[in-house]
Design a protein around this ligand. Structure first.
Ligand code: PEP
Length: 260
């Protein structure tokens, strides 16, 4: 099995970013839940704002939809005003957390070291970390994608044990494609995801039962998701803008399901 590209269930992760009050979230989820079949093969995750977590957990109980957060702090507790710990998320029943999103890297100056600490904190609480990596427009122009991805992936995994890799998903999200309507060339996205799997394999000297899961994110919608998910090294997608439209998001889920 070493190093094989395994066919796993597709992962569709929505990232609401800083959108939806609890009232709006409730309206969305009451519409979404009946649209999502109970026995789906795909893994459906909704990463909601902290304040919507309790409600989202309640509204999705007994469904296939898992709830994630969009960030957490790396310390366990203490004088860190405004922060939320991984333990706090776990105690609410959160299963996933996005870490290292490009908006966190850009607007909140999160660097690879901070992201690595957050990954460790999340894993310590048995959360699954969706770790985002990807190049800027300028780095793309300078043909530095592989270099950037290599350094972000290896930094995120510093000190992480091989046995914990099953709880890490990498999302390749070119920064220039997020929220811009510009998707990466799908063949390039396929290659970058293959490269991420290879980096992890090399870092752990092939000691892996299967490849790490890799998603593509960046302006994915109901029109292009089929092409993206058809690529063998792309295990799913992280979806921002299109996850805010309940009809479109459920259409994306149904497309993912039909690909299996
Ligand atoms: C994201 O927020 O991770 C994302 C990919 O956003 P969008 O789909 O809007 O580009």
């Amino acid at each position: 099995m070493h190093g094989e590209v395994v066919s796993r269930k597709k992962i569709i992760a929505g990232n609401w970013k800083m959108n939806f009050t609890s009232q709006e979230a409730e309206v969305f989820l009451k519409k979404l839940v009946p649209l999502v079949k109970a026995n789906m093969n795909s893994e459906i995750i909704l990463c909601v704002p902290f304040v919507d977590i309790e409600l989202a957990k309640r509204e999705t109980t007994g469904t296939n939809i898992k709830i994630g957060a969009q960030n957490c702090y790396f310390e366990k507790s203490g004088a860190f005003t405004g922060e939320i710990s991984a333990e706090m998320l776990r105690s609410l029943g959160v299963e996933y957390v996005i870490l290292g999103h490009s908006e966190r890297r850009t607007y909140f100056l999160e660097n690879d070291k901070i992201i690595n600490k957050k990954v460790k904190a999340a894993l310590d609480e048995n959360l699954k970390a969706i770790v985002c990596v990807g190049e800027t427009a300028q780095q793309k122009e300078w043909l530095e994608t592989n270099e950037v991805v290599f350094s972000q992936v290896s930094a995120a995994l510093q000190g992480i044990k091989a046995e914990d890799l099953k709880n890490i998903i990498f999302a390749y999200e070119p920064m220039w494609s997020i929220g811009t309507g510009k998707t990466a060339n799908f063949e390039i996205a396929r290659r970058v995801c293959a490269y991420i799997k290879k980096i992890v394999k090399n870092l752990y000297e092939e000691q892996l039962p299967s490849d790490i899961a890799t998603l593509y994110g960046g302006s994915v919608n109901a029109k292009n998701v089929k092409q993206i998910l058809s690529k063998d090294t792309i295990d799913g997608s992280l979806i921002g803008g299109a996850s805010l439209d309940v009809e479109e998001f459920s259409e994306i889920i149904n497309i993912a399901e039909a690909i299996l």
